[in-house]
Design a binder for this molecule. Structure first.
Ligand SMILES: *Cc1c(COP(=O)(O)O)cnc(C)c1O
Length: 391
């Protein structure tokens, strides 16, 4: 049996008629950049996340970049983030000649550890030569929000902006002390990605900045079109960060089905949890299941399972064995950003972030998508069990 790690065709086939019609409508309109479809999508996603403003942009990476630009972050500034994330989280900081400062993650959630963050900020502020910590970018990895109450408390204490990297967490909820809120409604701004493999994926690249701060939203809007305030008058140096009408139109078709898809992901995560338990694997210390930290908070979207990630003993051998059996898996991420060649000048060393480095050796994402069939999940679980029985 073949179980790919992701099956985008299954989703397309289920909505093909609607999608094809909408795409042809955009072609007929010959309006391709920004425009009414983008504006509608901005309103719909702002409303979904409970924020006042949405600005559609060219990708999730550009959403982070333009948010940093709008906050005035640039040369010599320090921005604290996780080393256990997709490259763009830190790459965007470095592109602005600011400096990524990494902070280790929490073992259970894989998100920024508030304890480590507190220690780091205290240390950085004490270093007189490094007074320019400006922002924190917490990442809501795999679809589960970082501990935003604790992170926001630290941000307030040190006067820092908070950009939520919610590229893997569209629609995810967090039980804050002010009640349950969605990702992107917790920080200064939040960023989404519509890369095709994300939970809400377009027909190519796309992204969005969400914020409750009207002033910041206005800056992002101007920076999105090169910093143009009115036709051919430029108040700032921005870029071409525009979202295409085709992407917005396609995303709006998907948005109708999106809440159901999120639920289907959660159900499949529960099936994995149960079946892997029944196979006795977590108990034997061979694998560890994902920790859904907010499961009993009453929030429906306590985790949106962009990825279902286990920790596995002999991870690489397990991955190879699963591949032999037609089961696709992935490792997000095999190397911490602090150890990437392009960041060697930052001066980090192996051992600097032990929790991240352990995760890099152990994590394995099992196939996860709303269309995953029960027999496919059975196959995945029995292949994992078989691998460990043979050892
Ligand atoms: C996908 C992703 C991004 C970048 O989004 P793109 O749309 O691919 O540019 C940034 N951060 C994280 C955590 C992501 O998963």
């Amino acid at each position: 049996m073949n179980v790919p790690s992701l099956d985008l065709k299954a989703q397309y086939l289920a909505i093909r008629k609607e999608m094809d019609k909408k795409v042809l409508d955009v072609l007929a309109s010959q309006g391709f950049v920004l425009g009414p479809e983008v504006e509608s999508l901005e309103k719909e996603l702002a409303a979904l996340h409970g924020v006042g403003h949405g600005i559609g942009v060219s990708s999730g990476s550009d959403a982070i970049l333009v948010s940093l630009m709008a906050l005035g972050i640039g040369e010599g500034d320090l921005v604290v983030t996780s080393p256990f994330t997709f490259f763009a989280t830190a790459g965007t900081i470095a592109r602005l000649k600011a400096r990524p400062v990494f902070c280790d993650i929490d073992e259970k959630s894989y998100n920024l550890s508030p304890e480590s963050l507190g220690l780091l900020l205290r240390k950085k502020v004490m270093e007189k030569r490094n007074p320019r910590v400006k922002a924190i970018i917490p990442v809501h990895l795999y679809g589960q929000c970082a501990d935003m109450d604790a992170i926001n408390d630290l941000a307030r204490e040190y006067g820092l902006a908070v950009i939520e990297d919610a590229c893997q967490a569209v629609g995810s909820e967090y039980p804050s002390k002010l009640g349950t809120k969605r990702a992107c409604a917790l920080g200064t701004a939040g960023t989404l990605s519509f890369y095709p493999t994300k939970n809400l994926g377009g027909l190519g690249d796309g992204g969005m900045v969400l914020t409750n701060d009207g002033g910041l939203a206005a800056k992002v809007r101007v920076l999105r079109v090169h910093g143009e305030s009115r036709r051919y008058y430029y108040d700032a140096i921005g870029g071409n960060f525009r979202l295409d009408a085709l992407q917005a139109a396609a995303l709006r078709v998907k948005l109708k089905h999106f809440p159901g898809w999120q639920e289907e992901r959660r159900k499949r995560a529960e099936v994995y949890d149960r079946k892997l338990q029944e196979a006795g694997l977590p108990g034997g210390g061979l694998i560890a299941l994902p920790h859904a930290l907010y499961k009993n908070s009453g929030a429906a979207n306590y985790h949106t399972y962009h990825q279902y990630v286990i920790r596995a003993k002999d991870r690489d051998a397990l991955q190879a064995a699963l591949k032999e059996k037609g089961v696709g898996t992935a490792v997000y991420y095999p190397l911490g950003l602090h150890m990437q060649k392009c960041f060697s000048e930052l001066g980090y060393r192996p051992g600097d972030f032990p929790i991240t480095e352990k995760a890099c050796r152990e994590v394995l994402a099992l196939p996860m998508y709303p269309e995953l069939e029960p027999e496919q999940q059975d196959h995945v679980v029995s292949c994992v069990a078989e691998f460990y029985e043979k050892r």
